[in-house]
Design a protein around this ligand. Structure first.
Ligand SMILES: Cc1cc2nc3c(=O)[nH]c(=O)nc-3n(C[C@H](O)[C@H](O)[C@H](O)COP(=O)(O)O)c2cc1C
Length: 448
């Protein structure tokens, strides 16, 4: 069988389920999002399923919602990404470890050091999901009264990326000679001092850790606004931005890869992996019934809170049985607001109906049998709707186990998903080149 184009699959594992009703589903582990032993089992099952990566989103504040909703949230507590992923690195061998880190509320020297450490500890499996943090409450946890303006956050992120990647290139790959005879530990001609002075950041460097095994951990991005897409085109190697249906997927795919090509990047050096909630059943009817039951577990207070956070605006004061009023633009996430307003208009939904839909994850969902789900995924792959997906599980452990035990073998049988990992590093498995060091040309030894 010719090697057809293959899907790349991430697992969206923080929160362990994006669905606010997940923890209440019969047989689900209520504390799965904050249970280390369970998370260890989940990542080992995902590695058994040959997944590319275990992805952890991250927020620097308890999600900004009223306590009536917060008290129902199974994601109110979760582990700090680097701490958890370093622990999970020691119980896995192949699966990628993608952590989210903010360019608005963190320092590039810390970020560069943490990801380089995770990459060395994991043998080259680290990835960085660059976010600018759209949660307004995060500012209050860092001594600020208000959050930075939306596009300003992205301009800072662009400079931040340059500094972090410059710090990763502090040492040449072969700088460390460790010559016990001469007592020379590293070749000082293979050390670069960054001396970065920019609009937002001033960082001297060098980084006090060897160049990551992958050269750079894999760069991921998830923003879908104008500023978000341009940052992705200039920096990202994987994009998790949402696409609610195949047409939207094709448009996002063409947009981001087109922008990258326009600045001289190879469009194949970016993998478009939209999030997809997957609910599997022995029949389509059974899978739909599971979805229906899961959605019925979403309390109105949770739904309206999810709607407010997606809109970046509080609509709980309006009549829930009336249509969505005009929503002003705020500093929150842009693309999520546009998607929800479009959905409300397209289906003429009331605020109550919208809250239920968004509360039970209103984005892309594949609900069916292993065969019908594989059909849809194959169509997205072949029609350039995406290069794969960031899979979201409906409830755990059953939703994850069912996917690995039933859907993965169907994808492998069709030749559109790997039977074995291609390489040792996340980059090699995603088919991404290893970045050259911008300050030191690779020597013959390194090239061979
Ligand atoms: C799959 C996915 C994962 C995300 N993970 C995070 C996250 O971990 N932390 C965060 O602050 N924002 C996260 N976001 C939000 C994005 O970073 C971004 O703020 C949001 O998509 C709005 O971007 P925009 O303003 O460019 O439209 C995520 C978004 C998506 C689609």
């Amino acid at each position: 069988m010719s090697k057809s184009k293959q899907l790349k699959l991430g697992a969206f594992m923080r929160p362990v389920s994006i669905h606010t009703g997940a923890w209440r589903y019969p047989g689900a582990l209520p504390d799965a999002n904050f249970n280390f032993l369970a998370l260890k089992k989940f990542i080992q099952k995902l590695e058994q399923g040959k997944f590319d990566a275990f992805f952890m989103a991250d927020h620097l504040a308890v999600l900004n919602m009223p306590v009536n909703a917060l008290k129902r949230s199974h994601t109110v507590t979760s582990f700090e990404p680097f701490t958890l992923l370093s622990a999970l690195a020691s119980v896995t061998e192949h699966i990628g470890l993608i952590a989210t880190a903010s360019t608005t509320y963190d320092a590039p020297f810390h970020i560069a050091r943490r990801f380089a450490s995770l990459d060395h500890i994991s043998g080259g499996r680290a990835g960085w999901n660059i976010v600018t943090t759209a949660n307004p409450d995060a500012a209050l946890n860092f001594g600020l009264e208000a959050e930075m303006e939306h596009d300003e956050r992205y301009r800072r992120a662009r400079e931040f990326y340059d500094v972090v990647t410059g710090l990763w290139d502090s040492f040449a790959d072969d700088a460390f000679i460790r010559d016990v005879e001469t007592g020379i530990y590293f070749d000082p001609d293979k050390l670069h001092v960054l001396n970065h002075q920019g609009k937002y950041l001033s960082v001297r460097g060098p980084l006090n850790i060897a160049r990551p095994i992958q050269g750079w951990p894999v760069i991921v991005q998830a923003g879908a606004s104008e500023a978000g897409r341009q940052l992705a085109a200039e920096t990202a190697e994987a994009v998790f931005a949402p696409a609610g249906n195949l047409e939207a997927g094709k448009a996002l795919f063409a947009d981001i890869k087109g922008r990258a090509q326009a600045i001289g990047r190879d469009p194949d050096s970016i993998k478009i992996l939209p999030g997809a909630l997957v609910i599997v059943g022995e029949t389509v009817a059974e899978a739909r019934a599971k979805r229906e039951h899961l959605d019925s577990l979403v309390h109105y207070d949770s739904g309206i809170a999810s709607l407010n956070s997606a809109l970046g605006y509080d609509v709980s004061g309006f009549d829930p049985d009336s249509p969505l009023p005009e929503i002003p633009q705020t500093n929150a996430g842009r693309s999520s607001r546009e998607r929800v307003v479009a959905l409300a208009q397209r289906e003429n939904l009331t605020i109550r109906q919208l809250a239920r839909r968004i509360g039970s994850y209103g984005g892309l969902a594949f609900v069916g049998t292993p065969q019908t789900i594989a059909d849809e995924m194959e169509q997205w792959l072949n029609e350039e709707g995406s290069d794969g997906f960031n899979i979201m599980f409906p409830f755990l452990p059953e939703g994850l186990n069912y996917f690995v035990d039933e859907v993965i073998p169907e994808l492998q049988r069709r030749g559109i998903f790997r039977q074995e990992y291609e390489g040792k590093t996340l980059r090699e498995n995603l088919g991404l080149a290893r970045p050259t060091n911008r300050f030191f040309q690779p020597t013959a030894a390194l090239i061979s």
